[in-house]
Design a protein around this ligand. Structure first.
Ligand code: GLA
Length: 297
């Protein structure tokens, strides 16, 4: 797959899974993302919500479209209405209830509401149902991600306080709500698009700056503890356009055969449905991480 371009599924259709994530459930990889397969709203850098698409694969190269895991709803008087915002979906499996939980950034078109949506399904590809909207811990929440630790505890990481500060909010055992315990990290650093992953005993957080669809420099932070001790380290990118995250914005890190892969979106603000993708391996150095541009995945 040629990095920086819009990839095709096994039927030859463009993969519509922007701002996405990949999770492995049983023997398959599932790619969830924003379906943006429509023209931009006239003179706007948005497309109406279509839903959250799901694709599956066994080799990360051939992708089968599984349909919409969650669909927009013309009748809805909530944030699933096409006129709203449904971004950066994340799915985790809950052993306790044997179900999949889908969390996403739910908002109105002006990004004033700043909340999350949570839905459940017995199947990884959905359909997800019982959608609930909330502002976690009564805090504003825009770009977000989920992280599940080795001990089975999960956390919601979201940009808060008008995108000034990152919040780490503990999830309950069912992964369908926050517990009320949360801490702040990267205070007043104005970061968004959070990604959290762990290697050995070290937690890493990659974020972007807050310039909307326009690329900026990524930064990573490191800590030995999930809820405290976060320290900004550096821009992990290296190679052409490294100061603009290779003209992209990172969305997630997934693991495959011991490799950590960074997923990125090459947003085209005026034609969002044609925004391309890149997958780049993460290199662990003596004291940090590095992401080197490669033309191919
Ligand atoms: C940033 C966010 C995206 C989206 C756009 C909208 O790029 O990371 O998820 O909200 O802004 O401008």
């Amino acid at each position: 797959m040629h990095n920086g371009t819009l990839w095709l599924d096994q039927d030859g259709n463009p993969i519509q899974a922007h701002g996405g994530m990949i999770a492995k459930f049983k023997d398959r990889y599932y790619w969830y993302g924003e379906h943006k397969g429509a023209d931009n709203c006239p003179h706007q850098t948005r497309v109406d919500v279509i839903g959250i698409a799901c694709y599956s694969s066994t080799d990360l190269h051939t992708w089968k479209y599984e349909g919409l895991a969650l669909s927009a709803d013309e009748q809805a008087d909530n944030y699933l209405h096409p006129s709203c915002v449904c971004e950066r979906p994340k799915v985790i499996y809950n052993e306790l209830n044997d179900e999949y939980l889908l969390w996403f950034h739910a908002d109105d078109a002006q990004y004033y509401y700043a909340g999350v949506g949570v839905a459940r399904s017995k199947h990884p590809q959905g359909p997800f149902h019982d959608v609930r909207f909330m502002q976690p811990n009564r805090l504003d929440s825009r770009d977000m991600t989920l992280f599940k630790d080795q001990n089975g505890k999960a956390v919601l990481i979201h940009s808060s306080n008008y995108n000034k500060t990152m919040v780490l909010a503990e999830l309950n055992d069912a992964y369908d709500d926050v517990t009320g315990f949360y801490t702040s990290a990267l205070i007043d650093q104005e970061r968004e698009a959070p990604i959290l992953f762990k290697k050995a005993d070290t937690y890493y957080m990659i974020t972007s700056g807050c310039t909307g669809w326009h690329p900026n420099a990524a930064l990573y932070a490191k800590s030995n503890h999930l809820y405290s001790g976060w320290k900004l380290i550096d821009n992990p990118c290296s190679g052409k356009n490294y100061r603009k995250t290779f003209n992209a914005q990172a969305s997630y890190v997934f693991e495959s055969d011991g490799q950590y892969i960074l997923m990125l979106d090459h947003w085209q603000p005026d034609d969002l449905q044609h925004s391309g993708y890149s997958f780049l391996p993460i290199t662990f150095t003596e004291d940090g991480i590095e992401v080197i541009w490669q033309d191919q995945f």
